[in-house]
Write a protein that binds this ligand. Structure first.
Ligand code: ARG
Length: 722
């Protein structure tokens, strides 16, 4: 073959690759400059750019928002109806559940607006406006008002955010939030104006045996049969403005909602996802990938393992504890399993080797373009990694331990009370006493079991000491000196004798709040020591991040330039919980030798996985009856079967949960809810052949709402395209 022909083949391969994209959580506001609309249309998109995202008009992006603290949801009716994942609504479902009203087990179907349940604390946020503020930052650097290093600090970005907000038309409006964030490690900056609604009500949820079918066993795995959806609604005041909960609030009339397609998909079909991916780190050096493995994932696995073992046993022994800890268990277990899978996939997929190759290619590139900063930068990062790893390791140990144990003492308030008492400031004394009462109830809340937490502490505290070694917080001296190293005795005292361990102890302290009582209180001493430790580690970590900020910015700029110049492929910025779009195809894959995974599953698979003896794989009777009768209505596939889940090559991560999967015409075909086991290295390195997004088929969702839940009023609200 001659050289020209080879070059042509190489060239066409390159563009074929680019047209399929897959990797890339693209910024919608950058689609024009990065030329991605053309690439998307080439891949099958049948919409124009401003139908996806329009800075001034209404577009698809207006039907997508942030659900709660870390998920995505989409608007599916003109009356503010939201679809998201079951695991995203899980905390609300759990909070409304009790042994009497066990919505976790039985599901929840509001048969009228009046039955929709308020969820205090839950929010839904729309992105109102996105502004590129990079030039403002760069100009301030050019004018000498700030250094480049300062531009990369939170302090500066927060100050600029406030300044821009105050100058904007949004200033003073209720429900408006703003964010100013760096992208590409500070090579770009965007400001976001966000409209946050805080009266969100729970509308429907399937039983967990459907919405969480497969449980922890199937989590992060394909083939999957989970109907992972729940339904909520946005309420607002009569003018459609964000308003805190009130009986007078009405469903929000939404300017844009998604149309639903019952047409399904085939292998190779175009698919795209809009949503809020939380965090990726695709531009790390090899040494930094090792740091994630050893200093984040390893201690996370160990500490969560210890906690989850305690919770598993306690939940199995009591229905009350099972309901109390359901959401906490799922949350902890989710990234415990993710960390295990990520470390395995990083090795299996040879990510370290790929990183070495990337660094070699970058060194050659730096030499060719004669860029000294590029030539040095990997070395500069690597020089810090030893210290950074140590800090990250201790930080992870401390945070994981801190989060695992819920019992704590509000040390700050307690010492303020003692001070106020000494100074004879009676007003302050009364107000602090009242606050401490409230905090007590907050710790010992409806979903907290003091005995279970005590058992967690007995498991986790000695483990933390072992992991942190010499660098453990100084309250461990109490264990060594006063308890002769006997953790059980120490923890038992902490949980029975400290001021915050019982109402009686608190009442005694509030009667006579003295310095002496405080100084000998175990809870107080442990809390002080843990917090001091976290603060000092946090400060060191922040200093380290500042040292690395400019090298990171340089390295990312260089890698992006190299990819653009050598392969003509734009690079997407790392995820940071901002609105992104990813496009690709519905696609099967081969996880390992001789194994092929099809691109969709059906209800047949649910029946095959059924195991009446394993709570994760129980199939409810009513679903079995519908299956036997093949009573699928308009939701069946052409061959008469009921689809369950499907996979696409879209690039998503945690935070995308609940995101709409859209077809080439922007119609809703599924809800993204997971990633696959073989590519859990994807947050650090995307693998085009292995990485898949797992989505629940919208037809399965509607079938469950309609036939199992009998919630026809919701179906009537939707816009369905056959
Ligand atoms: N892995 C899913 C995600 O992070 C969460 C699935 C929740 N289910 C569970 N069994 N914990 O989006």
């Amino acid at each position: 073959m001659n050289k020209l022909k080879l070059n042509l083949i190489a060239l066409s391969l390159l563009f074929a690759g680019a047209a399929q994209a897959d990797e890339g959580m693209w910024l919608m506001q950058m689609m024009q400059e990065q030329n991605s609309i053309e690439l998307m249309q080439k891949a099958g998109l049948e919409l124009a750019a401003d139908e996806l995202y329009s800075p001034s008009g209404v577009s698809l992006k207006d039907a997508v928002g942030i659900f709660g603290g870390g998920c995505t949801g989409e608007i599916v009716s003109a009356n503010g109806l939201i679809f998201t994942n079951h695991h995203c609504g899980y905390e609300s479902i759990q909070q409304h559940s009790s042994v009497e009203h066990d919505y976790l087990t039985d599901g929840f179907w509001a048969m009228s607006l009046e039955e929709e349940l308020p969820c205090p604390g839950l929010t839904f946020k729309f992105i109102d406006k996105i502004v590129d503020v990079t030039d403002i930052v760069n100009q301030r650097i050019a004018e000498g008002l700030i250094t480049e290093g300062e531009s990369l600090t939170y302090e500066f970005q927060d100050k600029l955010r406030k300044e821009l907000y105050q100058q904007s038309e949004y200033n003073g409006r209720r429900g408006i939030e703003t964010e100013l964030l760096p992208f590409y490690a500070g090579n770009k900056f965007y400001m976001f104006y966000i409209k946050s609604y805080d009266d969100i009500r729970m509308v429907a949820a399937p039983p967990s045996s459907i919405g969480k079918f497969g449980g922890e066993t199937d989590n992060w795995m394909w083939p999957r049969h989970t109907c992972d959806f729940s339904v909520f609604r946005v309420y607002a005041d009569a003018e459609g403005n964000p308003a805190e909960y009130s009986e007078d609030n009405v469903p929000l009339h939404t300017p844009k909602h998604l149309t639903i397609s019952l047409g399904g998909y085939e292998e190779g079909d175009y698919a795209m996802i809009m949503g809020f991916p939380g965090s990726t780190s695709r531009y790390l050096t090899r040494s930094e990938v090792e740091m994630v493995m050893n200093s984040e994932n390893e201690p996370r696995i160990a500490i969560r393992d210890a906690r989850l073992n305690v919770l598993r046993e306690a939940m199995a022994a009591s229905d009350k504890v099972r309901i109390q800890y359901a959401s906490k268990f799922a949350q902890s277990s989710n990234y415990w399993k993710n960390a295990i899978g990520m470390n395995k996939a990083l090795i299996d997929n040879k990510v370290l080797e790929q990183k070495t190759a990337q660094e070699e290619a970058f060194a050659r590139y730096a030499a060719e373009v004669g860029n000294e900063a590029y030539a040095k930068v990997v070395g500069e990062i690597d020089a810090q990694v030893g210290e950074a790893s140590e800090l990250t390791y201790l930080w992870t140990c401390a945070v994981e331990t801190f989060v695992a144990i819920e019992f704590r003492s509000p040390a700050q308030y307690m010492s303020e009370l003692v001070k106020a008492k000494e100074e004879g400031n009676e007003d302050a004394v009364e107000s602090l006493k009242a606050q401490l009462d409230v905090i007590y109830d907050d710790i010992h809340n409806k979903d907290y079991d003091h005995q279970v937490d005590c058992q967690v502490a007995r498991a986790v505290l000695p483990l933390y000491a072992k992991l942190a070694g010499e660098s453990r917080p100084d309250f461990y001296d109490i264990v060594a000196n006063d308890y002769n190293g006997d953790y059980d005795r120490f923890v038992n005292d902490l949980y029975s004798k400290s001021i915050f361990s019982s109402r009686e102890n608190l009442a005694k302290f509030l009667k006579k709040p003295t310095e002496k009582a405080l100084k000998k209180d175990l809870g107080y001493r442990v809390s002080m020591s843990m917090t001091d430790n976290l603060i000092s580690l946090g400060e060191s970590k922040q200093r380290m991040e500042q040292v690395l900020a400019i090298p990171h910015k340089t390295y990312i700029r260089g890698l992006c330039e190299m990819k653009q110049e050598r392969q003509n492929i734009p690079s997407a910025p790392d995820a940071n919980f901002t609105l992104r779009l990813t496009y690709g195809n519905v696609k099967s894959y081969d996880p390992r030798d001789a194994v092929h995974y099809d691109y969709y599953t059906t209800l047949d698979g649910v029946m095959q996985k059924e195991d009446a003896h394993n709570p994760e794989f129980v199939v409810p009777e009513k679903l079995k009856q519908l299956y036997e009768a093949k009573d699928y209505g308009q939701y069946a596939m052409p061959d008469g079967r009921m689809p369950a889940a499907f996979i696409t090559t879209n690039d998503i991560t945690g935070g995308n949960s609940g995101s709409p999967v859209l077809d080439s015409r922007g119609r809703l075909i599924g809800l993204a809810f997971d990633g696959n086991w073989e590519s859990l290295s994807g947050d650090l390195n995307f693998d085009n052949s292995l990485q898949r997004c797992i989505a629940v088929d919208i037809r399965y969702v509607l079938f469950i709402i309609d036939k199992l839940g009998g919630c026809h009023r919701l179906i009537d609200e939707l816009t369905i395209d056959n």
